[in-house]
Design a protein around this ligand. Structure first.
Ligand code: FAD
Length: 511
């Protein structure tokens, strides 16, 4: 796309220039997405980033929606996997969360088949109470493939109606940002490498009018996207949007990250999250290395002990010194204020337990385009953006809290504390409905759907007092037979998957 500054069709007061401050994953996702969606509207897009400051350098696991983002900006999944040393991800393996030797899988896919308008899990619960049923994961193709270290594309699944699944990717964050930077520049995004020193605001409207740089530049714009990471230079510092602190609910406040060699090769098409004494450890397999990190509460372990714990659990030779990252759970009270919108870490942060930060970048951009303002930036648009985004953060926060609330690690201070802490109101309501009758509820702006909640409840062994009586249409014996058929169909479908490393091998660079 070529930006055309004197675009003829633009209405008076239309946005003509968007300035993206920061060039990490958020900045380049913003620039490429806006370039694609605003094409032909004569809007110039400028990214102002600083190689001196750099990016956070983590953020390598995603959820399936990322593939919609690839499509929207004109990338094919395979191009991303090739360019970023990426791998497919079928879900997250949770080890040790229910107690030291426990594990369960959170799949990107459905469990079983519903019948007569009754969800599958009600039949499963009906049998579970009588001890007649298998593990819930046995009715999920995604889980079956993950356990076998196998992968196939959903289009290659021969029993689509029963074994519906999706997939996401793991990628090297710096390679992904570089890929988007190249793409953005090809599409006419202007790149300036300089350090922002000040945001200049209009005395009357309070809107940002320009950014001044150490190199003496003044970059004017109509709309400013703050992607400066935890610094939040525009939205936080210049516009004064306050921080809503959630560390009382999610006390993990640090991470130590350390990549290691991918010894043994890629054979786990999923992220692993292993509970440790004061938090949890991630394992993200890439083609050329494995990303590892320990997310922990600094009130419960020292930085040195956390780094030593991580090092002790690496599966291959460490490829870098430990990288210590400090953070806090929470978000800016207003994600959009005046003519400034925060995206990425500048907007908020929730620990990466369910890989949700990058998807929050994506949904922020989708909402921004949906509510795209003119230069006056009608506050009604910002209000709706802020309302929806706050809900979205709260829903994800509650899902993350469930992981801690339901933990089965006794005798460890962080875990005992998290089990005892009362859940937030909406989560408490969801839990009580589940416990009463296996009822799953979905609110507006929920990022995680029924199967995700189901995987947690079943994974942690939270079983309802009763199943839905509508499942009693069928006798136990009929349900046993139906579930056995489903299990067989899933096994048959899984037989079409191939070792995940073979899938990657077939993606060899194109001539
Ligand atoms: P950054 O990467 O920090 O980029 C900020 C940009 O602003 C940089 O380009 C910097 O140079 C620029 N900048 C800052 N100040 C100035 C200035 N004064 N002048 C000019 N430029 C400036 N997310 C997931 O979805 N999945 C994960 O698995 C995941 N894991 C994570 C693990 C940890 C420990 C943490 C902390 C986060 C994780 N995240 C994850 C979140 C993810 O890393 C971020 O959402 C993503 O990288 C986007 O970051 P960003 O672009 O907002 O910020």
């Amino acid at each position: 796309m070529q930006n055309t500054p004197d675009h003829q069709g633009a209405s008076p007061g239309a946005i003509r220039s968007v300035v993206v401050a920061g060039g990490g994953t958020a900045g380049w996702m913003a620039a490429t997405y806006l370039a694609a969606r605003l094409e032909g509207r004569g809007i110039t897009i400028t990214v102002l980033e600083s190689h001196e400051i750099g990016t956070i350098g983590v953020g390598e696991a995603t959820v399936p929606a990322i593939r919609d983002f690839f499509r929207m900006i004109g990338l094919h999944d395979f191009d991303v996997l090739r360019a970023t040393g990426g791998t497919p991800k079928l879900g997250i393996d949770f080890a040790g969360w229910g107690g030291e030797d426990t594990r369960f899988f959170h799949p990107f896919g459905l469990y079983g088949l519903s019948s007569r308008g009754v969800p599958f899990h009600q039949y499963w619960l009906k049998l579970a109470h009588g001890g007649l049923v298998r593990d819930l994961g046995d009715y999920s193709l995604c889980t079956e493939m993950a356990c076998n270290g196998a992968f196939m594309l959903p289009v290659d699944n021969p029993v689509n109606d029963l074994a519906v699944f999706d997939w996401a990717v793991h990628f090297d964050a710096s390679r992904f940002a570089a890929m988007l930077r190249d793409l953005g520049q090809q599409r006419g995004v202007r790149l300036i490498d300089d350090v922002i020193t000040r945001a200049v605001r209009d005395g009357e409207t309070g809107h940002i009018t320009s950014l001044e740089t150490r190199g003496g530049l003044s970059i004017a714009g109509d709309l400013f996207i703050d992607c400066t990471g935890f610094r939040a230079l525009l939205l936080g510092e210049a516009m004064g949007s306050a921080w809503v602190d959630w560390t009382d609910m999610l006390p993990c406040d640090r991470a130590v990250a350390m990549p290691c060699a991918a010894s043994g090769g890629f054979d786990q098409p999923y992220t692993t999250s292993t509970a440790r004494k004061a938090g949890w450890q991630w394992r993200i397999p890439l083609q050329h290395r494995v990303g590892n990190g320990y997310v922990y509460s600094s009130a419960h372990i020292s930085d040195d002990e956390a780094a030593a714990t991580l090092r002790a659990h690496l599966e291959g030779e460490a490829l870098a010194e430990p990288n210590l990252i400090r953070f806090g759970a929470g978000h800016r009270r207003e994600f959009w204020r005046g003519n400034c919108i925060g995206v990425g870490l500048a907007a908020g942060f929730l620990e990466p337990l369910e890989s949700t930060s990058i998807t929050l970048i994506q949904t922020a951009l989708e909402k921004l385009v949906d509510l795209f303002p003119n230069c006056a930036c009608d506050p009604a648009l910002a209000d709706e953006f802020n309302r929806a985004t706050t809900l979205e953060y709260e829903r994800i926060r509650d899902f993350l809290i469930l992981h801690y609330h339901a933990n089965g690690r006794h005798g460890e201070a962080l875990w005992d504390h998290m089990r005892a802490a009362p859940p937030p109101e909406k989560l408490a309501h969801k839990l009580s409905l589940w416990r009463a009758r296996g009822k799953l509820v979905r609110y507006e702006w929920e990022a995680f759907f029924d199967p995700s909640w189901l995987s947690m409840y079943a994974g942690f062994g939270i079983m309802p007092a009763a199943h839905d009586p509508m499942a009693d249409h069928f006798t136990d014996q009929q349900v046993v037979e139906a579930l056995d058929h489903m299990r067989e169909a899933i096994r048959a479908a899984a037989a079409h998957a191939r070792p995940a490393r073979d899938f990657l091998a077939r993606l060899a660079p194109q001539a």
